[in-house]
Write a protein that binds this ligand. Structure first.
Ligand code: SF4
Length: 103
């Protein structure tokens, strides 16, 4: 499962279209965590797609990640600022790759 303390245990290494990327990143095998309020561990994501289907405000968009060992696309929290903290994505993810800080 995603480490909910990632913002303390990892370094912010990049910015991807307005959201943070938390390392380590070593493409294409290691992609880190995308997002902060809505955080997706790309190294766990298997592109199941439940979060894209269930999110009521369309926070997620597919991002192609060719060559990654778990899946060749990822659920990118492209619109994390729209999140309404319903926690559906956290509940439906089969590999617990998503953390939403509803604090
Ligand atoms: Fe979307 Fe709800 Fe997940 Fe926020 S918590 S990203 S609104 S499904």
């Amino acid at each position: 499962a995603i480490d909910p303390q990632f913002h303390e245990t990892r370094e912010q290494v990049d910015d991807h279209e307005g959201h943070s990327v938390w390392g380590p990143v070593d493409e294409p095998d290691e992609l880190g965590i995308h997002g902060t309020h809505v955080a997706v561990d790309f190294d766990l994501c298997i592109a199941d797609g439940a979060c894209l289907e269930d999110c009521p405000v369309d926070v997620f968009e597919w991002l192609d990640t060719p060559g990654h060992p778990e899946s060749e696309e990822k659920a990118d929290p492209a619109n994390e600022a729209q999140c309404i903290d319903c926690m559906l994505c956290v509940d439906v993810c089969p590999v617990d790759a998503i953390d939403v800080d509803a604090g």
